[in-house]
Design a protein around this ligand. Structure first.
Ligand SMILES: [Zn+2]
Length: 410
């Protein structure tokens, strides 16, 4: 039989089927046409031997910022996407209803990466990171009907709504904006993704008690909605500064609320370890990669990546299969596209990531300057995007690729 591309390898991992082992994948016309453990003979136009590497569904990074130039902190979409090993990226709230058409037309439609949007609850989007939050993200700047309009206008692109549950917003307008976002989510039949951890300027006179922030969010969110930054060290975040896990965390999980890593600036190894010890795994693993909040279009200081986060969570004790499921099949389910992406199933789109598995040791730091020693790291060697074989430039993979780590000693 003929195919365009045949990938052979000794470690294929597909979370949906539970497959882990030697096998091969045949691709034709941008689709997976065979995924089989035995070496059936194919007449392939191109063959990729991945012996010693890991072949998995194309990584889906559920939290990036890629509205370059319009937001001050947007990254080039393909650098955050295919060039970092992710075939699909989801921008979390950089665009709002009034700016999402531009994000699609000027960025997403020109990217090789599959780019999607969780549209911000406010009309303009997050133009300046967390800054001007009380102006930009206020109830006056939020309109339910406009969110619903763009959700209906771009059903394959707008896949959810981004909102916030943090001390700044709560101190100014309580849960008003979150409730408007939820009203829109109900009307548009979309999931909502909620930032946690202090972000907007706080009105100190009405600052909420830290432990009430999560409680308020959990009482409002619906099964299948997502809380972000779940291993963050922010005092008003999921775990707060508490040594024991707050009751609201268990209530959230019982309610079917999903937890996402959203690695970003405030991830803490100490909190991650405490949560993992208690068996609280994230449902999805995402990076929250973005350029500098305090300059314009400057990503020189970005020092974390999706593969870096996967490497860290693997190093903290999650299994490789769990890590891969949470960066492929689980986020694909959240996008309601698990038949198309996040899987190696026959018939799905040929979006595949091939990872180098390198042996260390290395030392990786988190946002709190805590360090973790890891013996293995994951680096994207190839991505296949709709059947096309692409070698990632890895420009933004400073945490797992560039100095001083490339010395092997860290
Ligand atoms: Zn973010």
């Amino acid at each position: 039989m003929d195919c365009d591309l045949l990938i052979t390898g000794d470690l294929l991992i597909d979370p949906l089927s539970g497959f882990k082992g030697r096998g091969q994948i045949a691709i034709s016309n941008k689709r997976i046409v065979a995924f089989e453990p035995d070496a059936t003979s194919w007449n392939a136009r191109q063959v990729l031997d991945t012996t010693g590497q890991i072949v998995c569904p194309g990584l889906v990074d559920l939290h990036v910022h890629a509205y370059e130039w319009v937001t001050n902190f947007g990254l080039p979409a393909d650098d955050a996407g295919i060039h970092s090993g992710a075939t699909t990226i989801v921008d979390q709230g950089s665009a709002g209803a009034w700016t999402v058409g531009g994000f699609k037309g000027h960025i997403a439609d020109h990217a090789k990466t599959d780019v999607r949007s969780f549209v911000s609850a406010n009309l303009a989007g997050a133009l300046q990171g967390g800054m001007e939050g009380t102006t930009l993200h206020s109830p006056e700047m939020t309109r339910v009907d406009e969110i619903v309009r763009v959700a209906n206008q771009y059903p394959d692109f707008v896949k959810g709504i981004k909102s916030h549950a943090e001390s700044g917003g709560l101190s100014h307008w309580g849960t008003t904006v979150l409730e408007m976002a939820l009203a829109a989510a109900n009307q548009a039949d979309l999931p909502i993704y909620v930032h946690t951890g202090e972000l907007f300027p706080v009105n100190e006179a009405t600052r909420p008690a830290t432990e009430t922030v999560l409680k308020e969010a959990v009482s409002l969110l619906r099964p299948g909605d997502t809380l972000a930054h779940v291993y963050s060290a922010m005092p008003d975040g999921i775990m707060g500064q508490s040594q024991s896990i707050p009751a609201s965390v268990f209530q959230a999980l019982e309610k079917g609320i999903h937890f996402d890593i959203g690695y970003g600036l405030n991830f803490s190894y100490a909190i991650a370890s405490r949560m993992l010890e208690a068996g609280i795994l994230p449902h999805t693993i995402s990076s929250d990669v973005h350029a500098d909040f305090n300059s314009y279009h400057d990503d020189n200081k970005l020092d974390y990546s999706l593969c870096g986060v996967m490497t860290r969570l693997w190093g903290l004790g999650m299994s490789l299969q769990d890590v891969i499921a949470r960066t492929t099949y689980h986020p694909a389910q959240l996008l309601r596209e698990e038949n198309e992406i996040g899987t190696l199933a026959v018939g799905s789109r040929a979006d595949i990531t091939i990872l180098n598995l390198e042996h260390g040791p290395w030392t990786l730091s988190d946002g709190q300057a805590e360090t973790l020693s890891v013996n293995q790291r994951l680096i994207p060697a190839w991505v296949i995007r709709a059947g096309e074989l692409i070698e990632p430039n890895r420009r933004l993979l400073r945490d797992v690729c560039h100095s001083p780590l490339t010395s092997g000693t860290g």
